[in-house]
Design a binder for this molecule. Sequence first.
Ligand SMILES: [Zn+2]
Length: 494
Amino acid sequence: MIQGKTVGKISYDGDLAGFNDVKRIDANGAALFPGFTDSHCHPFEYGWLKRNVDLRGVRNITGLRLRLLARVQRSKPGEWVTGMGWDQEAFSEGRMPSRMDIDDLSGRNPVALTRVCGHIALLNTAAIRILDLEDRQGPEIMRDGDGRLTGIVKEGVLEAVNSKIPRNAEVCACDLLTVEAEAARCGITTLHAIVSSSGYQEELQALASLYAVGLLSLRYRVYVPPEALEYVRDKDLRSRLSGSKVRINGVKIYADGSLGARTAALRLPYSDDPGNSGILRHTDEELEVLVDAADEDGYQVIVHAIGDRAVEQAIQAISRVTGARNPRRHRIEHASLTPKDLMAKIEKHSIRTAVQPLFVTSDVWAEARLGEERIRDLYPLKSMISGGIVASGGSDSPIEQMNPLMGVWAAMVRGGYEPQESLAIEEALSLYTSNASSNGLDVAGSELTEGATANLTLLDSDIEGMHPAMVRKVGIAATLVDGSLIFASAGFDA
Ligand SMILES: [Zn+2]
């Protein structure tokens, strides 16, 4: 039992005589919350990135080359070298990298380096040959003014890259344990874990085997791609993974790409690329078929939609199966560019959303992409919450860091733009607590009530009334899942 000041729903001072094995923890005036949930993350990608070329934070192409070189030198000839996290907007060269920038380092190894958004990749010439892309045409394969491949590929081509890279369930299991350590350190007790379309078999095997031997410390709400549904059925995974610890909740479908890569589908062209309105992954009919099939099977459907055209398409497909109250809690992931007319439809059909507040402070190029008019409808978090839409918070890790308090901070400060869309601290916290539980179908898992299972996050200070700028300095004192301490800071006395 944790005593002390709480900003959560209760401070328990009742009689503990009737309980066996009572443990008292002095919270020392700090704040206690229902365990934080990250309602949109890619744990296997995060673990994978930790083993590969981590290009997050690289400021120029020379830096990208140095990190790539360090990895190439440790690789066997012919082995794929992969990485993620570069962002040309942050490069001092002010341009996209090309295969010419990396070919001299990596002739013996095919290389695929994914942009931070996960929707674009840089390939070297060896990779282009293996994938047989030289003569392929289409908007997903970039060419220079002379018609030569630049090495930049988009969207569907990335799946071809992934299918070439061997995976196995043991490595995926190690990756998941890497994620658990980081998540526990961030106060996270539950992950809404998105399984990838290229590696779902190995990822689900890893999850199921760690679960079977009792090695998982976090709680998982799993979302699989439509391609995985047959495998899930064949292996009877829905009943094998159906407890309070691990449960297959739903199906994740992509409607479009990302704003950073200019593949998010917009109603009107990009302000900084007038011939381009992005890429819809499916026709309206295709998306409806996918949504219908998942809904009929009793799954919660979550649709990735960033551009307003994709959000519109997702609403159209989902609203056909929500009825008045959306009992399966179908969601739109990101819902980044949501003008008023679409916001009203989301509300009307009780569609849920999963938002990533750190995108607001990271997407420094957003106004260039959308212009000053449209940017007013980008990440409208306050409008969502005050309109009664149940929005939950997520990191989209490894795209953003996992720490929910960084998300709370970003939702409050918004990097200075559209300040009227800033959230108050209680609203920002609810993204990662009550709203996140509700958005993962865990109706009863989100409150501090007597007799409830202890899924708890204890901070190292009291954040009630704290200045927004200070919130990101707050640390985690302890994280408990199902009553077990899975993380305690050095200064925490349990
Ligand atoms: Zn994502």
